[in-house]
Design a protein around this ligand. Structure first.
Ligand SMILES: [Zn+2]
Length: 316
């Protein structure tokens, strides 16, 4: 009797100790995210700027133990000289242990061209990247839709899904969708002017904005899937992320994230859910929700001052 009571109380103590841990593990320490970068070699056209962005980004990824996938627009390899230097930047990604994927040749806008044109541009975007991967005994296997748009009509999406399957691609979905490019545009302008005060203000607003976006999609995932999916983060290869990826990584680690590869993320069963056809560029969480007849939820907004700066430079 005594022994049983003892065992029971030991079991209870174990349970008590285990309970809060389970909650902690699910919501804070077991979070995982795969980091991906679009528009390689960079969103800037100048070779020197590209080189600087890539070298700083790659150093930051290494410091933070991130193995990323970079999605290439090969048209950017052939602009205004320096083709070899631009291609060398892509080689650096592979040498550092990252992977490259296709993001179409010219970043073609899916809703502005017929399917045959999109197809041509997609295939044209394979040439250099596939060759670089072959040098490393790797295969071009990931495709990232431009603007996260998968086709303006059901027929278009179906044709594109078929094309991607036939060419052996895995679609690289995004769950943590965000507007880093808006912050990056105004940041690059401030940097070009040498306006360090404004650069600081923009960067200081960028990190909490991204944290809000993470919180938003974490909750969406818990509400819809009942757990937090292995997330896929979309960022762009730009000067803002080259300057501040370290701070993003600190934020992610504080939220309990560890960094995984895209392949590891896609092992999550959620990525086998049907994704709804929609003309909009949306997080895959929203696509899965739409496919189940649920509404898209409004996403965190950029601060007012960022939108004012952005409106000023884009003439809107
Ligand atoms: Zn892009």
């Amino acid at each position: 009797m005594k022994a049983r009571l003892f065992l029971l109380s030991v079991a209870a103590a174990h349970l008590a100790a285990a309970m809060p841990r389970i909650g902690y593990a699910q919501h804070e320490s077991a979070r995982e995210v795969a980091v991906t970068f679009d528009d390689l070699p960079a969103t800037h056209n100048d070779v020197g700027e590209m080189r600087s962005i890539n070298s700083r980004l790659l150093k930051s990824l290494e410091r933070n133990g991130v193995r990323a996938v970079g999605f290439v627009n090969e048209a950017k390899l052939f602009g205004r000289g320096g083709e070899t230097a631009r291609t060398a930047l892509l080689r650096q990604w592979l040498s550092a242990g990252h992977e490259l994927g296709n993001h179409t040749y010219s970043h073609v806008a899916i809703d502005r061209v017929p399917f045959e044109d999109y197809k041509r541009d997609l295939i044209r975007g394979e040439a250099v990247t596939a060759g670089l991967l072959r040098e490393k005994n790797m295969r071009l296997r990931y495709f990232r839709h431009t603007q996260l748009r998968t086709g303006p009509t059901p027929a278009y999406k179906k044709a594109l899904d078929n094309l991607l399957a036939v060419r052996g691609y895995t679609v690289a979905p995004v769950t943590i969708d965000n507007n880093d490019y808006i912050f990056a545009d105004v940041y690059a302008r401030a940097k070009a002017r040498g306006d360090r005060v404004q650069m600081g203000m923009i960067a200081d607003a960028y990190i909490p904005y991204m944290e809000q976006v993470f919180g938003h999609f974490e909750k969406l995932s818990r509400d819809f899937l009942g757990y937090e999916v292995k997330q896929v983060l979309l960022l762009h290869a730009n000067v803002l992320n080259a300057d501040h990826f370290d701070r993003l990584a600190v934020m992610m680690r504080r939220r309990g994230y560890s960094f995984i590869t895209l392949e590891q993320a896609l092992a999550d069963k959620a990525y086998r859910l049907p994704d709804a056809q929609t003309a909009k560029g949306l997080s895959w969480l929203h696509r899965w929700m739409l496919a189940k007849g649920q509404q898209v939820r409004p996403e965190p907004r950029e601060p007012e001052f960022i939108m004012k700066l952005y409106a000023a430079i884009s003439g809107r």
